[in-house]
Design a protein around this ligand. Structure first.
Ligand code: FAM
Length: 467
């Protein structure tokens, strides 16, 4: 892009003049801006935007906090800012204002493909803009070039016993990448606060780029799948991940991974993995340390591990009541789960109050690619039975399925049957949202997070003699 057009945009990016300058500059220039160049253009205006919001509204109340929220996992407590994605209880997720069907329509795809490339989603999360095909191709090349992991990290993984859960191995390796953190080095070298976002961007790009090699190595080590092939710099991110797992020749599986990574990338700022990354990052821990912490949260059964739990639950059901069981037998099994004091995995949500559109997107993929699969049909049968049972049981606020109710069935269909690996794929995807958030937090100078905790004694004293 021409330098003059850039300087116009730096000061008034949303004006029609700036937009037309950008368009004509793109038309005449051979090279479109890279993601980092585009971000550098957007950041100054966003800093001014946040200053203006705080000046106009900073002292206004944002609604009451009730004591139940202090004891109740802070449900619904307005406490965070994240522009990348917002979750509506009824409609589900929007990435920078766009629904899942909209991003499936708008984001660039692989040649001949119909699912969005996650490269485009990362661009959208960071800039709010739809990138060109050339810009996502450049991101694919950049990530491939950054994909190698240090030898000592390979050794750490090779020395893990196969009995160590893949998520623990994943978190170990990601944390160890902090050895080469550009942000940690820049901080030690005394970088100015205004420059934090640059090395955070570099670390975040490295982080995302290196995850396929880590995930692939864990998969091959744990399940004895032979030597890891090399990343192909001419292929997109999902295709490379698929190849490292051993499925790259199956274009339908590559398409599944493109959809999978896109829809698992981000789910607004308050969920356990996204918020953990932001919290740890707020201490100026580098993106590897922050995302390692996110992964440890994702590894919990009420969060990302639910995709493993769903498959275990389905398999146990089949072993107890057989395949092609009647609705009555399935209902009885669901009730026995609840009566045993356990949750039905893949159902319920802390924010959503309707069927998760991420579930729907995967169902549509299944209808297109595996309509007659027995396990897919079982998932459909369960969908018709669980909500009524959860409503009758009367506890869950949301009886509808979430993303995890469907993902394992699709992976199983293509031969990725090792259930305790599933959350690693969720983790690869979640790095996109956590990284985007970390970059913007450093660009906007987000402070150390430090909410206030109270003792029960203090609560009692506070409300003594008050009704
Ligand atoms: N099966 C049985 N009971 C459930 C339930 C389910 N699927 N979902 C909620 N409940 C219970 C819940 O355990 C709680 O019981 P207690 O009062 O005895 O503690 C009660 O209903 C009220 O819970 P809630 O307010 O409706 O849900 P929360 O906001 O507390 O929790 C979830 C949300 C997701 C942790 C919960 O619905 C759950 O445990 N679901 C099953 C696990 C799962 O699928 N997790 C994945 C969530 C997914 F979106 C993700 O993060 N990847």
């Amino acid at each position: 892009m021409a330098a003059s057009a850039r300087s116009v945009l730096r000061f008034s990016r949303s004006s029609p003049v700036a937009r037309s300058a950008l368009n004509s500059a793109r038309f005449y220039s051979t090279k479109q801006p890279t993601l980092k160049e585009r971000l550098a253009e957007l950041i100054p205006a966003e800093i001014e935007n946040v200053k203006a919001i705080r000046a106009a509204h900073g002292k206004k109340s944002f609604g009451p906090v009730v004591v139940d929220q202090l004891y109740g996992g802070m449900r619904g407590l307005p406490a965070l800012i994240w522009d990348g994605s917002v979750l509506d209880p009824d409609e589900g997720i929007r990435f920078r204002g766009k629904t899942i069907p909209e991003i499936q329509e708008l984001l660039p795809r692989a040649p001949g493909g119909s699912e969005p490339l996650p490269e485009g989603l990362f661009w959208l999360l960071l800039t709010g803009e739809i990138p060109t095909q050339e810009q996502v191709a450049e991101l694919s090349r950049d990530w491939a070039a950054r994909s190698a992991i240090p030898e000592f990290v390979e050794e750490i993984l090779d020395r893990c016993p196969p009995t160590l859960h893949p998520m623990s191995q994943f978190s170990l390796a990601v944390t160890a990448l902090n050895h080469d953190s550009a942000f940690a080095k820049a901080y030690q070298d005394g970088v100015s606060k205004k420059e934090y976002w640059g090395p955070t961007f570099e670390d975040s790009m490295d982080l995302i780029a290196k995850l396929p090699n880590i995930a692939g190595r864990i998969y091959r080590n744990v399940y004895g799948r032979g030597k890891l092939p090399a990343i192909d710099p001419t292929k997109d991110y999902s295709h490379n991940l698929s190849t490292l797992l051993g499925f790259g020749d199956n274009e339908a599986f590559n398409e599944l991974l493109r959809l999978y990574i896109t829809i698992h990338s981000d789910h607004e700022g308050g969920n356990v993995s996204a918020h953990t990354g932001k919290l740890v990052g707020s201490a100026l821990s580098d993106p590897f340390l922050a995302f390692g912490a996110s992964l440890n949260g994702l590894a919990g059964p009420l969060h990302g591990l639910a995709n493993q739990e769903v498959l275990l639950w389905l398999r146990k059901m089949q072993s107890q009541i057989g395949e092609n069981a009647t609705d009555e037998a399935v209902q009885e099994y669901i009730w026995s789960t609840l009566k045993g004091g356990k949750v039905v995995p893949g159902y319920g949500h802390a924010v959503l109050r309707k069927t998760d559109p991420r579930y729907t997107a995967q169902r549509e993929f299944a209808l297109k690619h595996l309509p007659d699969d027995a396990l897919f049909k079982l998932v459909g049968q369960i969908y018709n039975l669980v909500p009524d049972i959860l409503l009758e049981a009367g506890k869950a606020k949301n009886p509808w399925p979430n993303v995890d109710a469907h993902s394992g069935v699709l992976l199983t269909y293509y031969g990725l049957t090792e259930m305790n690996f599933y959350t690693v794929l969720f983790g690869v995807s979640r790095s996109f949202g956590v990284a985007a958030q970390l970059i913007w937090d450093r660009a906007l100078g987000a402070p150390l997070e430090r909410p206030k905790s109270y003792s029960s004694d203090a609560i009692q004293k506070m409300f003594k003699d008050k009704n």
